[in-house]
Design a protein around this ligand. Structure first.
Ligand SMILES: NC(=O)c1ccc[n+]([C@@H]2O[C@H](COP(=O)([O-])OP(=O)(O)OC[C@H]3O[C@@H](n4cnc5c(N)ncnc54)[C@H](O)[C@@H]3O)[C@@H](O)[C@H]2O)c1
Length: 661
């Protein structure tokens, strides 16, 4: 059945966002709510959001009006569901209310209509128990904010028909989202279920006074998470966490009831961001997190191991595949890695021993190793590769934007400039996937005659805050190979026969800074935050930084910057000759593009390629050999059309048109 009309029941945070995304995909939508003021609010929020999408170029100018006209608002349930192909329920997470609404929808809609619930946790079989036709009822769990987050869990209850499941799966793809298959009904499905033990752990950490929230959050941020775990609980709502834990206590394990810490927050109405106060005070949408040192009371590996443990239980129960777990956690939690790739870097006994220690420390079996881990079979159960990892390595010369790749290549053949944009988490952390994708893109550009200049930039406000340390948890040999792979990939930037430009903005730290040092030219914003923190973390710059910075700045200056771990800004970088141009922060992309285009149109490509090679290689060989290489390069250039064109244009006082021949 083609799904060509959809009704959303419940116009709140999720309902209006889901309605908006479906309307954007060109499908007419009715948004229904029992409360007229909720409908008014939803209408205003959608209008506002569409205008923002228009401004940012994500939808065409003027399109918002047309999209708005395809959304109808109603507070009559019967009238709004009666001729829809699909109804998505998004009323509050109160089981009795949801059961009642599902029944009512099933009575008032067409008998062949699909009914999906956006529940976060509740079993679909519970929600469909009083409804007519449970075979057409399933879960379609969108993530908040639905307009931004790509993930949708499609959940099958025992009674859902295969046809309804696959039609819904295809529909989710059609509206531009990434569905994962949840083949068995379980509380919390995949993402929330895997996070459930972590939610308990976080509660017990503060309940037992093992650490302060800000100390744990400082730890999370130092590991590259976009938000600390308690800040995230505040953001989502302490009430949501409270109700979820109670539900898991009733359905998964009574040990979830060991968390009593949130009772007082509930009593005081301190629910987090929405009430202005929770773990932290919230102002203008931001938590005021007190300055703190990262705690040593818990370890990020504790959290990673209990996530792996629950992921293994989900696999043992046949709920979904390793690929879908990895995709689910990455997209649903907006995280750079999931438990499957984390488990690939750990041994069975490391995970098992840690889980045994955790279950003793916190007095709960929820952290005890799952059967496969007990039996030493961690690697077998997580054995298939994470979704999309193969795709990312292979670059496509004409790649346009793809939300799944952590590095986006785009080519502008009119200006002869290619852009390689790191697009991995808020801080653009450099992961193994990022390095492999970068390598693929550079290989694809190597002999690309239509491109003269390559700009390396970061999506959003930062170039890159450095390596994604959470990936590098395995043994010494893997660590060494990871360093080697990064060095070899980064070095391609200094060897590729194109001019490479690093665009430095926001954080340019560690591995992000190293990336820029391999480029031929660096441009920066005045306020970029640049530095090598490695020696303060027990590391050394491991992607060529220890060698490359001294080449660029001399041993004295490089020694000071690497050994002090000092951060400095773009202005300082320009003063010491590291950066060649400073562009205003709010214009950096445009100015870099103009600069790159002007270089690409003025230099003879073969000359530029040979000149950069002479400089990079010449500095590694004795002067005599370097000079010999230079003479050979001159000889090579003699026969080129570009040399003839350069001289003719000079004599004729016109701009040369180089062909790269
Ligand atoms: N907020 C999140 O982060 C999030 C994320 C994923 C899933 N969910 C799930 O989505 C669902 C909705 O959550 P939300 O955050 O949008 O809640 P919300 O409170 O923001 O919105 C719920 C809406 O339902 C309306 N409503 C209440 N009773 C109704 C009825 N009888 N008929 C029609 N409308 C009714 C309310 O007026 C409100 O507008 C829940 O199941 C929740 O677990 C929420």
């Amino acid at each position: 059945m083609a799904i060509s009309k959809v009704t959303i029941v419940g116009a709140g945070t999720m309902g209006h966002g889901i309605g908006e995304i479906i309307a954007i995909s060109g499908i007419p939508v009715v948004i229904e709510d029992a409360y007229p003021e909720a409908l008014k609010k939803a209408e205003a929020s959608i209008k506002n959001s569409l205008l923002k999408l228009e401004k940012s170029g994500k939808i065409k100018q003027g399109e918002s009006e047309q999209i708005m006209s395809s959304i109808r608002f109603s507070n009559d349930l019967g009238e709004s569901v009666k001729d829809s192909d699909m109804i998505i329920e998004a009323v509050p997470e109160i089981p009795d209310l949801k059961i009642k609404i599902m029944k009512e929808i099933s009575e008032k809609c067409r008998r062949d209509a699909i009914i999906a619930s956006n529940t976060s946790n509740i079993l679909i079989s519970t929600l469909s128990k009083d409804a007519i036709g449970p075979e057409r009822i399933l879960g379609a769990h969108f993530f908040n904010p639905p307009v931004v987050l790509k993930l949708v869990e499609v959940i099958k209850s025992e009674k859902t028909s295969d046809k309804v499941f696959s039609e819904t799966f295809d529909f989710i793809k059609k509206i531009g989202k990434t569905p994962i298959r949840v083949l068995k009904d379980t509380p919390g499905f995949v993402v929330n279920r895997i996070n459930a033990p972590e939610a308990l752990l976080l509660c017990l950490v503060v309940q037992n006074d093992f650490a302060k929230p800000e100390e744990v959050d400082a730890l999370g941020k130092s590991m590259g998470l976009p938000m600390g775990p308690y800040e995230l609980i505040d953001y989502v709502g302490i009430d949501t966490m409270y109700h979820s834990l109670k539900y898991y206590g009733d359905t998964l394990s009574p040990d979830y009831n060991k968390c009593t810490y949130y009772d007082k927050f509930m009593k005081d109405g301190a629910l987090g961001a929405k009430s202005g106060r929770g773990f932290y005070v919230w102002e203008n949408g931001h938590a005021k997190v007190p300055q703190a040192n990262p705690t040593s009371a818990i370890d990020m590996m504790d959290i990673i191991c209990i996530e792996i443990n629950e992921a293994v239980k989900v696999l043992e129960e046949g709920i979904t595949s390793p690929n879908d777990i990895e995709t689910g956690i990455k997209l649903g939690m907006n995280r750079p890695f999931g438990p499957i790739s984390a488990a690939e870097g750990l041994t069975n006994s490391e995970v098992k021993n840690r889980l045994i220690a955790l279950s003793k420390k916190f007095g709960t079996d929820i952290f005890s190793p799952a059967k496969s881990i007990q039996d030493g079979k961690l690697k077998q159960i997580i054995s298939s590769k994470p979704a999309g990892s193969e795709k990312k390595v292979q670059a496509q010369p004409e790649t346009t934007k793809s939300e799944e790749t952590p590095v986006i290549l785009s080519r502008d053949t009119t200006t002869k400039v290619a852009y390689i944009e790191i697009s991995n988490t808020r801080n653009n952390l450099i992961s193994v996937d990022v390095i492999n994708a970068l390598k693929g893109h550079l290989e694809a550009l190597w002999n690309d005659k239509e491109i003269n200049v390559i700009v390396i930039r970061g999506k959003g406000n930062n170039l890159s805050a450095g390596a994604q340390l959470t990936q590098f948890v395995s043994g010494p040999m893997d660590f060494a190979e990871m360093s080697r792979n990064g060095e070899r990939t980064y070095r391609m930037l200094s060897e590729i026969p194109k001019i490479t430009i690093a665009e430095m903005k926001g954080y340019v730290l560690g591995g992000g800074f190293e990336l820029s040092t391999w480029c031929d030219i660096r441009v920066s914003t005045p306020d970029a935050v640049i530095g090598f923190p490695e020696v303060t973390l027990g590391l050394v710059p491991g992607w060529g930084g220890s060698q490359r910075l001294a080449k660029l700045l001399g041993l004295s200056r490089a020694s000071y910057l690497i050994l002090s771990g000092q951060r400095f800004d773009g202005n300082y970088a320009e003063n010491i000759g590291l950066v060649s141009k400073i562009f205003p922060t709010n214009e950096i992309e445009q100015k870099t593009s103009e600069f790159a285009a002007s270089l690409a149109s003025s230099v003879a490509p073969i000359s530029a390629a040979l000149a950069k090679r002479l400089m990079n290689k010449g500095s590694e060989v004795p002067a005599d050999n370097g000079l010999e290489m230079e003479s050979m390069a001159m000889g090579l250039l003699f026969g080129t059309d570009d040399l003839k064109e350069g001289i003719s244009a000079f004599v004729q006082k016109r701009k040369p048109e180089y062909k790269g021949r």
